[in-house]
Design a protein. Structure first.
Length: 426
């Protein structure tokens, strides 16, 4: 009897699993491999507390995307329309304002890991163009099915590699500080800007919560299985927990291997990728270099695929809701727009990358701070949809989660206002 119950639960989980893994893959890319490692390398273990804090503060608003989709069988973007056309238009403006910078930052980093893996540096901008072309081709042909399969394979490889490297690094302990080492100050203007950038994408940009709802619905269509609410939430919570733990691991890796060495992580995407891969190969042995390089590139490639799909899918749904009234006619006419948005996203993101040139940190920091500034708006929208008349009482979050939501909104709003003041007033 116990065996049958366990087998049934595993079967249901396998049919539900997918959206949470996609979320984790999207998060683990730049925010973990780049920002968390930089945080540990520049500021040491002091950053761990902020990583935990912002991950907890953002949690409710990411979960609400999955909760709303399972409960209503519609995306949370549809919910924004319920809040009023102005809310939907604001989400649309947020999306088109941020999507080229976010995709550009992720693509720039992915190209660096691609060049590191294959040992090439002569393609230059063509590396990113080729990568974007491959992403558009894969998603235009395979869409969610291919995305789901690729992400699951790369996520497992990176998880095992990171845990192994972290364990060895923890055993070896931190490096000895260079005699001339001077720690960076976290509470000056430069340090505060970096902290905001780190929290902007920790674990990822909050406006990406709408992707959870779209992927939840797409997974239901793919498996023809409607999970119970607690099944959907369990899958997301497990992925979110793993995402948070991995972020802490990357901060510690950066702190133990780089902090105090006097070594400044490169601003060149290819060299930076090489330094990140070296973190693993130095601790695990030279034999692991090709495995780690492959895993790191695969993870970033999975991230850029998820970003392309998420933005194109959310943009398509938003435009459907804004510009058409008859739902069936809308779906027939708009289906081909997914590919058009993939192409538009790739061209706009390439323009952003070329504008920033070979400046990895500036591009990523700009994209992540932008995400943090708009986070309070998305947080308020998501909370309203799951705590009021728009969702049945039985599907609404617990009192504890609602309280955390209030605290999270105050936290995100306070930091966003603080940034705007020191940026444009002081």
């Amino acid at each position: 009897m116990c065996y049958r119950i366990m087998d049934s639960k595993l079967s249901h989980f396998s049919k539900t699993a997918g959206p949470g893994i996609l979320f984790a893959s999207t998060a683990i890319g730049v925010s973990h491999l780049v920002q968390s490692t930089r945080a540990g390398a520049d500021y040491g273990l002091l950053i761990v507390g902020f990583v935990i804090l912002v991950t907890v503060m953002k949690y409710p608003f990411f979960e609400y995307g999955s909760r709303y989709a399972n409960s209503t069988q519609t995306s949370i973007i549809d919910g924004y329309k319920q809040l009023g056309k102005s809310a939907l238009w604001l989400y649309f403006l947020i999306t088109i304002t941020s999507m080229f910078f976010v995709t550009g930052a992720v693509g720039f980093v992915t190209a660096g890991f691609f060049e590191n893996l294959f040992g090439i540096d002569f393609l230059g901008e063509w590396t990113i163009i080729i990568l974007f072309g491959i992403c558009v081709g894969i998603l235009a042909i395979g869409k969610y099915n291919v995305l789901d399969s690729l992400i699951k394979m790369t996520a497992i490889v990176l998880l095992i590699s990171t845990v192994f490297a972290f364990s060895i690094t923890l055993y070896n302990g931190p490096i000895e500080h260079n005699e001339d080492f001077i720690a960076k100050e976290l509470w000056d203007i430069s340090g505060i800007f970096f902290l905001l950038a780190l929290m902007g994408w920790m674990p990822t940009a909050l406006d990406l919560s709408s992707w959870n709802s779209l992927w939840t619905l797409e997974r239901m269509k793919q498996t023809d299985y409607k999970p119970r609410l607690k099944e959907t939430l369990f899958e997301f919570r497990l992925a979110y927990l793993i995402t948070g733990i991995l972020a802490i691991m990357f901060v510690i890796l950066g702190a133990f291997i780089f902090y105090g060495s006097g070594h400044e992580l490169s601003n060149n995407n290819s060299i930076f990728a090489h330094e990140i891969v070296s973190i693993y190969s130095q601790t695990m042995g030279d034999w692991s270099h090709i495995i780690i390089a492959s895993a790191a590139f695969s993870t970033m490639f999975g991230t850029i695929l998820a970003v392309f799909d998420g933005y194109s899918r959310s943009l398509q749904r938003t435009i459907e809701l804004i510009f058409t009234k008859k739902e069936e006619l809308l779906r027939t006419k708009m289906r081909s727009l997914y590919v058009i948005f993939l192409l538009l996203l790739s061209m706009g993101s390439l323009t952003v990358i070329f504008q920033f040139g070979d400046n990895l940190k500036e591009l990523i920091d700009f994209a992540t701070v932008l995400s943090f500034v708009i986070a309070p708006i998305i947080a308020i929208f998501n909370f309203r949809l799951v705590s009021g008349k728009y969702l049945e009482k039985k599907f609404q979050p617990s009192i504890g989660l609602k309280v955390l939501s209030f605290i999270g909104i105050v936290f995100l709003s306070g930091f966003a206002i603080f940034f705007l003041v020191i940026k444009f007033v002081i």
